[in-house]
Design a protein around this ligand. Structure first.
Ligand code: 13P
Ligand code: SF4
Length: 305
């Protein structure tokens, strides 16, 4: 079956089953093309919660589908590839975090959404790359434990100098591989381009940025800014929508290796199989879900800057 036929079959089956097809900004182009909604991890989980549909096919990685299951436990949340994990989320366990909390009993734990439900359940509040600084400012604590991304943690710490920040030593190997020389070379080659970068990149790379933002922030910045050229510091799946929404602008990757292997693992065949077999359903044990939900709800109540 060719790609178009596969896409048609998926769309028809999604209609027949009354399923919502959602895709993260880093998914393969051919999956983003047929998704009902594309977006960042949190926006997609909120869509999953708010939709009338009872079946959600979440084309993304495990923690994202788990967030949807935490927010919408009454729905069927399907992950087309059960092995689509996030290597950074795997760098922290609930037990590891409990140990860190024992060492810093006076710290408030701010946990990035890129974590398992069990880790969220051990946390005071969650954050995403788009609201991390607002969340850090909102908590009434002098000491913060920032989990699990050291680069995002470093960025948050730079924005709240009045607080003591302890960083977990995790990182995203897709973002962490972008280096200063690659960005400087791209800037030399394209002096008229603006550099927008995700805070999962290294601190020395962020120092070169014109704009530091989440994936959703990049769509907004690229559309609103009159510049015609952008150097993009995040996973390359973002290019599909950036180019679609801004056909008159140019988007350049400073490093061609910025490809998240687990985001790209899901194929159209997997999505079709998922709708046919209704597997794999993602669920979260109720005791964990309630605690994780508390940390997510606390985050959702923080006003945006
Ligand atoms: P978003 O929260 O922007 O969707 O990013 C998730 C992610 O995995 C970034 O690497
Ligand atoms: Fe995880 Fe990085 Fe992939 Fe995002 S890009 S899902 S943080 S490994």
């Amino acid at each position: 079956m060719n790609q178009e036929m596969l896409q048609q079959q998926i769309k028809q089956l999604a209609i027949d089953k009354d399923a919502l097809l959602i895709a993260h900004n880093y998914e393969r182009d051919e999956i983003q093309e047929i998704a009902d909604i594309t977006g960042d991890s949190l926006a997609l989980s909120i869509e999953a919660k708010n939709t009338d549909k009872q079946i959600i096919v979440f084309c993304g990685v495990h923690f994202m589908a788990e967030s949807a299951a935490i927010l919408a436990p009454e729905k069927i949340v399907l992950l087309p590839r059960a092995d689509a994990g996030c290597p950074m989320a795997d760098m922290v366990t609930a037990e590891g975090l409990r140990e860190m909390k024992r060492q810093h009993p006076d710290a408030t734990v701010i946990t990035y959404v890129n974590t398992s439900a069990a880790v969220k359940a051990e946390s005071d509040i969650c954050c995403t790359s788009s609201n991390a600084v607002s969340v850090a400012r909102s908590v009434d604590a002098k000491k913060l434990l920032l989990v699990p991304d050291r680069n995002l943690g470093h960025y948050i710490a730079s924005q709240v100098p009045e607080k003591e920040c302890i960083l977990w030593e995790g990182y995203c190997s897709t973002h962490d591989r972008l280096n200063v020389e690659e960005v400087q070379q791209a800037k030399r080659d394209h002096p008229d381009a603006l550099f927008m970068v995700h805070p999962e990149c290294r601190p020395e790379v962020l120092e070169l940025a014109d704009h530091i933002c989440s994936t959703s922030g990049m769509y907004e910045f690229a559309t609103k800014n009159p510049a015609k050229k952008f150097i993009v510091g995040t996973e390359n799946g973002i290019l599909w929508r950036l180019r679609k929404e801004n056909p008159d602008k140019q988007f350049l990757m400073p490093n061609r290796e910025m490809i998240c292997p687990t985001m790209k693992i899901t194929s159209l065949e997997d999505v079709l199989r998922c709708l046919q077999t209704m597997e794999t359903q993602i669920t979260v044990a109720e005791d964990i879900r309630i605690k994780a939900r508390r940390a997510l709800d606390r985050m959702l109540a923080v006003p945006r800057d």
